[in-house]
Design a protein around this ligand. Sequence first.
Ligand code: DHB
Ligand code: MG
Length: 222
Amino acid sequence: MDQAKWTAVDEYLCGTLVPADPALDSALAASAQAGLPAINVSPNQGMLLQLIARIHGARRILEIGTLGGYSTIWLARALPADGSLTTLEVNPDYAALAGKNLERAGLTARVTVRVGDAASSLTALAAEQVAPFDLIFIDANKDGCPAYLTGALALSRPGTVIICDNVVREGRVAQAGSRDADVTGVRRYFEMAAADPRLTTTAIQTVGSKGWDGFAISIVSG
Ligand code: DHB
Ligand code: MG
């Protein structure tokens, strides 16, 4: 592994292309201070999410897995003034911290943090008949990925973009016999995506400050 090189390149890219931002910086600092795991997306990944949301013209975004709200801030900043983002978090302490981080970023009006098990929240959102989302970012417990894809599809329309984080897991995703629940969850996600005629999906491996991982991206058709 060339982790030191990957990190050096990410530091170069982020230092060159990603402007320092007090709200994002303090969200990370507050998350570290509170002892949250440092599994937030990297700055250049956050900016990629924001770019995809802007390219897509997303007005309604759903995030599954809030953590401290770092990626939430990146995504919410892609929204037009009348846009909205709903983010699902099972841990009430994480959700409270994310709420503070979003407040510092001036995003409280556009973002709703919904506390609870994400699968249940997805079912509840469907029962509430909320309008479909334009972009859905899945970034929670990886063994839940299959259920989250099902829930995401129920909240989609033709044209919805679904992104799933951490689908390579340092290459472990290629281990067909794996008993790691995270790996089997991601593999099942891929099987479901490949078998679903509504979805066109690809996945890309990434290296960087967060190691060797990757993301999947799908578009929903009619
Ligand atoms: C893990 C989860 C993440 O969302 C991530 O970006 C990296 C790692 C994890 O559960 O290990
Ligand atoms: Mg992730």
